[in-house]
Design a protein around this ligand. Structure first.
Ligand SMILES: [Mn+2]
Length: 364
């Protein structure tokens, strides 16, 4: 874990006296706090971390989470009882810095303003690119945690056919899936997407009070989070037998996903993987129906920085974990997406979401 801070400083383009991570309220926390400390428990609302080159991180934590903070490896922990006390500790820890690195992707403006108030004349330098670059390549501890999160999703996906009943609603199926994740020691990494029939045409559809009918194609996109690390998977099911139209749509996506997966090798540009998936789909009757990027980096966050799309500047390297998830979407008819969480190794791609990706037809 100590090396994670070194990796951030090694990727910096501008020298800074220190980097300050400062969480706001619960959903506005920077998961980089967990990355640099390796803590395995706690939420760290309002807490801060000070990173300095060659030194162990200093975690400034609320007394509400002091015990959890001691699960951090190789960090100094200083507890505070109030935000004014935290500000004082920050001033003592940092003395009078000229340049402070901040993660512009995750620092709220109120905290940035407070830093300027606390440190007269300080220059705040955005170091988010260095943080992203460090986090993009996972170490062995991170890989094991993602692997475990994927094992949970594999087990839950294998159980989905047995959950299906005529009349079951999308929200009810989503709840069953999330309960199955929790009973295996994980929690939902994001709100589970369940689409019945034509609702599959919207990639980020929110499940509704829609009952399952015979002949519906079912798209389920979910992920589990285990020990703070995430997995992400999309699988397709058919309640009954597939029509030739449903089968054709599925087969195109299956082919596109297989072609993209082949390219998940060290040295290949992320952009190229996306182009390959798009080429396969655009050569069929579904041309133009693939309307999003092919994948995203995943780790502490579901969207962990960087991805596989036209604007991608990523060059694949061993230790990167990304999703590969092409799809086709036909408004009024439905959609298909197939998604795996994939580890790039020196020997090629390792698909971590190993459960079958066949279109599973459930007898009704
Ligand atoms: Mn995804």
């Amino acid at each position: 874990v100590r090396q994670r801070v070194d990796r951030i400083f090694a990727a910096l383009e501008t020298e800074v006296d220190a980097i300050v991570l400062w969480n706001a309220s619960s959903h506005l926390t920077d998961s980089t706090f967990k990355y640099v400390s390796g803590v395995t428990r706690g939420g760290y609302e309002g807490c801060a971390a000070v990173l300095r080159k060659g030194l162990r991180p200093t975690l400034l934590v609320s007394t509400l989470e002091e015990e959890s903070a001691h699960t951090a490896s190789d960090s100094d922990v200083v507890a505070f009882q109030s935000q004014p006390a935290l500000r004082e500790i920050l001033q003592i820890t940092l003395a009078s810095p000229r340049r402070l690195g901040v993660n512009a992707d995750a620092l709220v403006l109120a905290k940035a303003n407070l830093l300027r108030e606390l440190f007269d004349g300080v220059e705040l330098v955005d170091v988010s690119a260095a943080i992203s670059a460090a986090r993009l390549v996972k170490d062995s501890d991170e890989i094991e945690r993602v692997r475990h999160a994927c094992d949970i999703t594999n087990e839950v996906a294998a159980d989905i056919p047995s959950m299906l009943r005529e009349g079951l609603t999308e929200v009810q199926l989503a709840a069953r899936i999330e309960q199955a994740i929790q009973s295996r020691g994980g929690r939902a990494a994001f709100n589970t997407i369940v689409c019945f029939g034509k609702n599959g045409s919207e990639p980020h559809y929110s499940p509704g009070d829609v009952p399952l009918r015979r002949g519906d194609m079912i798209l389920v996109d979910f992920g589990s989070q285990w020990s703070d690390y995430c997995s992400d998977i999309t699988r397709m099911y058919l309640f009954g037998g597939a029509s030739s139209e449903q089968r054709a749509m599925f087969d195109v996506v299956r082919q596109a996903q297989a072609s993209a997966l082949e390219l998940m090798r060290a040295g290949v540009a992320g952009k190229r993987v996306h182009q390959r998936a798009k080429e396969v789909i655009d050569a069929t009757e579904f041309a133009g129906r693939f309307i999003h990027g092919t994948g995203h980096s995943i780790g502490l966050d579901v969207h962990d920085g960087g991805g596989l799309n036209d604007a991608s500047e990523i060059m694949l390297a061993p230790g990167m974990i990304l999703t590969v998830e092409p799809g086709v979407y036909v408004p009024g008819a439905g959609g298909v997406r197939i998604e795996d969480t994939v580890l790039v190794t020196a020997d090629g791609p390792e698909v971590l979401t190993t459960v079958t990706k066949d279109l599973v037809e459930v007898a009704v």
